[in-house]
Design a protein around this ligand. Structure first.
Ligand SMILES: O=C(O)CCC(=O)C(=O)O
Ligand SMILES: [Fe+2]
Length: 213
Protein backbone atom coordinates (compact mmCIF):
# COMPACT_ATOMS: atom_id res chain seq x y z
CA UNK A 1 0.00 0.00 0.00
CA UNK A 2 1.41 3.35 -1.00
CA UNK A 3 -1.18 5.56 0.68
CA UNK A 4 1.10 7.02 3.32
CA UNK A 5 0.46 5.92 6.87
CA UNK A 6 -3.20 5.11 6.51
CA UNK A 7 -3.93 2.06 8.62
CA UNK A 8 -7.61 1.22 8.37
CA UNK A 9 -9.27 0.14 11.57
CA UNK A 10 -10.84 -3.26 11.19
CA UNK A 11 -14.42 -2.54 10.25
CA UNK A 12 -16.97 -4.72 11.92
CA UNK A 13 -19.88 -5.74 9.77
CA UNK A 14 -22.95 -7.86 9.85
CA UNK A 15 -22.59 -10.82 7.53
CA UNK A 16 -25.46 -9.88 5.22
CA UNK A 17 -25.04 -10.42 1.49
CA UNK A 18 -24.87 -7.11 -0.38
CA UNK A 19 -27.82 -6.65 -2.72
CA UNK A 20 -28.87 -4.07 -5.29
CA UNK A 21 -32.41 -2.78 -5.24
CA UNK A 22 -34.40 -1.89 -8.37
CA UNK A 23 -33.49 1.24 -10.36
CA UNK A 24 -36.55 1.71 -12.55
CA UNK A 25 -39.17 3.86 -10.85
CA UNK A 26 -36.92 4.47 -7.83
CA UNK A 27 -34.40 7.06 -9.06
CA UNK A 28 -35.52 10.65 -8.54
CA UNK A 29 -34.34 13.08 -11.22
CA UNK A 30 -33.44 16.66 -10.29
CA UNK A 31 -33.29 18.98 -13.31
CA UNK A 32 -30.68 21.68 -12.65
CA UNK A 33 -31.16 23.69 -15.86
CA UNK A 34 -28.79 24.14 -18.84
CA UNK A 35 -29.37 20.48 -19.71
CA UNK A 36 -27.85 19.23 -16.46
CA UNK A 37 -29.53 16.77 -14.12
CA UNK A 38 -28.84 14.57 -11.10
CA UNK A 39 -30.53 11.23 -10.39
CA UNK A 40 -30.54 10.17 -6.74
CA UNK A 41 -31.40 6.87 -5.08
CA UNK A 42 -30.57 6.48 -1.38
CA UNK A 43 -30.02 2.90 -0.20
CA UNK A 44 -29.50 1.27 -3.59
CA UNK A 45 -26.99 -1.22 -2.12
CA UNK A 46 -28.20 -2.99 1.01
CA UNK A 47 -25.90 -5.08 3.19
CA UNK A 48 -23.12 -2.73 2.12
CA UNK A 49 -20.93 -3.13 5.24
CA UNK A 50 -19.02 -5.99 3.70
CA UNK A 51 -18.41 -3.99 0.52
CA UNK A 52 -16.98 -1.08 2.51
CA UNK A 53 -14.76 -3.38 4.55
CA UNK A 54 -13.45 -5.08 1.40
CA UNK A 55 -12.78 -1.81 -0.41
CA UNK A 56 -11.02 -0.16 2.53
CA UNK A 57 -8.83 -3.18 3.23
CA UNK A 58 -8.13 -4.69 -0.18
CA UNK A 59 -7.88 -1.93 -2.76
CA UNK A 60 -4.31 -0.77 -3.43
CA UNK A 61 -5.01 2.85 -2.47
CA UNK A 62 -2.54 5.44 -3.70
CA UNK A 63 -1.72 8.86 -2.41
CA UNK A 64 -1.32 11.34 -5.27
CA UNK A 65 0.36 14.69 -5.57
CA UNK A 66 -0.78 17.41 -7.93
CA UNK A 67 1.02 20.46 -9.27
CA UNK A 68 -0.49 23.66 -8.01
CA UNK A 69 1.24 26.78 -9.38
CA UNK A 70 4.86 26.33 -8.27
CA UNK A 71 4.07 23.81 -5.57
CA UNK A 72 3.19 20.16 -5.34
CA UNK A 73 0.31 19.43 -3.02
CA UNK A 74 -0.94 16.12 -1.69
CA UNK A 75 -4.42 15.25 -2.93
CA UNK A 76 -6.56 14.99 0.24
CA UNK A 77 -7.94 11.49 -0.40
CA UNK A 78 -6.55 8.18 -1.61
CA UNK A 79 -7.26 7.02 -5.15
CA UNK A 80 -7.43 3.96 -7.38
CA UNK A 81 -8.50 3.79 -11.02
CA UNK A 82 -9.90 0.60 -12.61
CA UNK A 83 -9.69 0.56 -16.39
CA UNK A 84 -11.89 -1.34 -18.82
CA UNK A 85 -10.38 -4.79 -18.42
CA UNK A 86 -9.48 -4.76 -14.77
CA UNK A 87 -11.64 -6.90 -12.48
CA UNK A 88 -13.39 -4.83 -9.82
CA UNK A 89 -12.59 -5.60 -6.17
CA UNK A 90 -16.11 -6.69 -5.21
CA UNK A 91 -18.65 -8.62 -7.32
CA UNK A 92 -21.49 -6.28 -6.33
CA UNK A 93 -19.62 -3.47 -8.13
CA UNK A 94 -19.44 -5.50 -11.33
CA UNK A 95 -23.17 -6.11 -11.05
CA UNK A 96 -23.82 -2.43 -10.25
CA UNK A 97 -21.96 -1.36 -13.40
CA UNK A 98 -23.95 -3.88 -15.47
CA UNK A 99 -27.29 -2.72 -14.07
CA UNK A 100 -26.42 0.96 -14.55
CA UNK A 101 -25.40 0.26 -18.15
CA UNK A 102 -28.68 -1.57 -18.75
CA UNK A 103 -30.84 1.05 -17.04
CA UNK A 104 -29.32 4.04 -18.87
CA UNK A 105 -28.68 2.28 -22.23
CA UNK A 106 -31.22 4.25 -24.27
CA UNK A 107 -30.28 7.62 -22.77
CA UNK A 108 -26.50 7.16 -22.61
CA UNK A 109 -25.99 5.08 -25.74
CA UNK A 110 -22.83 3.41 -24.45
CA UNK A 111 -21.80 1.34 -21.43
CA UNK A 112 -20.30 2.47 -18.15
CA UNK A 113 -16.74 1.14 -18.36
CA UNK A 114 -14.20 2.54 -15.90
CA UNK A 115 -14.41 2.70 -12.11
CA UNK A 116 -12.60 5.49 -10.30
CA UNK A 117 -12.40 5.04 -6.56
CA UNK A 118 -11.71 7.54 -3.80
CA UNK A 119 -11.10 6.81 -0.12
CA UNK A 120 -11.85 9.68 2.27
CA UNK A 121 -10.06 8.56 5.43
CA UNK A 122 -11.85 11.04 7.69
CA UNK A 123 -13.45 14.50 7.62
CA UNK A 124 -10.19 16.15 6.56
CA UNK A 125 -10.29 14.38 3.21
CA UNK A 126 -12.33 16.10 0.50
CA UNK A 127 -12.63 16.95 -3.15
CA UNK A 128 -12.59 20.61 -4.17
CA UNK A 129 -15.05 22.19 -6.64
CA UNK A 130 -14.54 20.71 -10.10
CA UNK A 131 -16.29 19.16 -13.10
CA UNK A 132 -15.07 15.84 -14.50
CA UNK A 133 -13.80 17.50 -17.66
CA UNK A 134 -10.58 15.67 -18.46
CA UNK A 135 -12.11 13.65 -21.29
CA UNK A 136 -15.00 13.96 -23.74
CA UNK A 137 -17.11 15.25 -20.86
CA UNK A 138 -15.51 18.67 -21.52
CA UNK A 139 -17.47 18.84 -24.80
CA UNK A 140 -20.40 16.41 -24.83
CA UNK A 141 -23.22 15.29 -22.57
CA UNK A 142 -22.44 12.14 -20.59
CA UNK A 143 -23.02 10.50 -17.22
CA UNK A 144 -20.96 9.84 -14.10
CA UNK A 145 -22.58 7.38 -11.66
CA UNK A 146 -21.38 7.41 -8.04
CA UNK A 147 -22.03 4.67 -5.50
CA UNK A 148 -21.03 5.69 -1.97
CA UNK A 149 -20.04 3.48 0.96
CA UNK A 150 -19.29 4.35 4.56
CA UNK A 151 -19.61 7.72 6.28
CA UNK A 152 -22.33 10.00 4.93
CA UNK A 153 -20.84 13.06 3.26
CA UNK A 154 -22.87 15.54 1.21
CA UNK A 155 -22.12 16.12 -2.47
CA UNK A 156 -22.56 19.81 -3.29
CA UNK A 157 -23.42 21.06 -6.77
CA UNK A 158 -23.26 24.63 -8.08
CA UNK A 159 -23.30 26.36 -11.47
CA UNK A 160 -19.87 26.64 -13.07
CA UNK A 161 -18.39 30.08 -12.69
CA UNK A 162 -20.59 30.84 -9.69
CA UNK A 163 -23.51 32.06 -11.80
CA UNK A 164 -27.21 32.04 -10.98
CA UNK A 165 -28.84 28.68 -10.64
CA UNK A 166 -29.60 25.93 -8.17
CA UNK A 167 -27.03 24.88 -5.56
CA UNK A 168 -28.37 21.57 -4.36
CA UNK A 169 -26.78 19.50 -1.63
CA UNK A 170 -27.25 15.75 -1.97
CA UNK A 171 -26.76 13.60 1.10
CA UNK A 172 -24.68 10.59 0.05
CA UNK A 173 -24.68 7.81 2.59
CA UNK A 174 -23.82 4.12 2.83
CA UNK A 175 -25.11 2.33 -0.28
CA UNK A 176 -26.51 5.44 -1.98
CA UNK A 177 -26.44 6.07 -5.73
CA UNK A 178 -26.13 9.44 -7.46
CA UNK A 179 -25.83 9.94 -11.21
CA UNK A 180 -24.75 13.27 -12.73
CA UNK A 181 -26.02 13.49 -16.30
CA UNK A 182 -26.56 15.64 -19.36
CA UNK A 183 -24.30 18.70 -19.39
CA UNK A 184 -23.63 18.47 -15.62
CA UNK A 185 -19.83 18.13 -15.89
CA UNK A 186 -19.54 21.17 -18.20
CA UNK A 187 -22.16 23.50 -16.80
CA UNK A 188 -22.00 22.66 -13.09
CA UNK A 189 -19.29 21.80 -10.57
CA UNK A 190 -19.41 19.40 -7.64
CA UNK A 191 -17.48 19.00 -4.38
CA UNK A 192 -17.27 16.91 -1.21
CA UNK A 193 -16.32 19.49 1.44
CA UNK A 194 -14.20 18.82 4.48
CA UNK A 195 -16.04 18.49 7.77
CA UNK A 196 -14.88 19.14 11.34
CA UNK A 197 -17.27 16.44 12.53
CA UNK A 198 -15.74 13.15 13.50
CA UNK A 199 -16.58 10.85 10.59
CA UNK A 200 -15.27 7.45 9.62
CA UNK A 201 -13.96 6.35 6.23
CA UNK A 202 -15.96 6.82 3.05
CA UNK A 203 -15.36 5.15 -0.30
CA UNK A 204 -16.83 6.57 -3.48
CA UNK A 205 -16.98 4.49 -6.65
CA UNK A 206 -17.50 6.45 -9.87
CA UNK A 207 -18.54 4.61 -13.03
CA UNK A 208 -17.89 6.44 -16.30
CA UNK A 209 -18.12 5.63 -20.01
CA UNK A 210 -14.83 5.21 -21.91
CA UNK A 211 -13.02 8.47 -22.53
CA UNK A 212 -14.77 10.32 -19.71
CA UNK A 213 -12.67 11.37 -16.73
O1 LIG B 1 -16.42 11.28 -3.78
C1 LIG B 1 -17.33 11.54 -4.55
O2 LIG B 1 -18.46 11.10 -4.40
C2 LIG B 1 -17.06 12.41 -5.75
C3 LIG B 1 -15.68 12.21 -6.33
C4 LIG B 1 -15.48 13.04 -7.56
O3 LIG B 1 -16.17 13.98 -7.82
C5 LIG B 1 -14.42 12.68 -8.51
O4 LIG B 1 -13.57 11.83 -8.18
O5 LIG B 1 -14.42 13.22 -9.63
FE1 LIG C 1 -15.97 14.58 -9.85
Amino acid sequence: MTGGEYQPALLEFESVQPRLGPLAGQLVRHQLGCGAWVDHLPGWVSGADEVLATLVAEVSWRAERRRMYDDEVVVPRLLRWYGRDEPLPHPVLTEARRQLTEHYAAELGEPFVTAGMCLYRDGRDSVAWHGDTHGRSARVDTMVAIVAFGAARPLLVRPRGGGDGPRPKFPLGHGDLLVMGGSCQRTFEHAIPKTSQSVGPRVSVQFRPAGVA
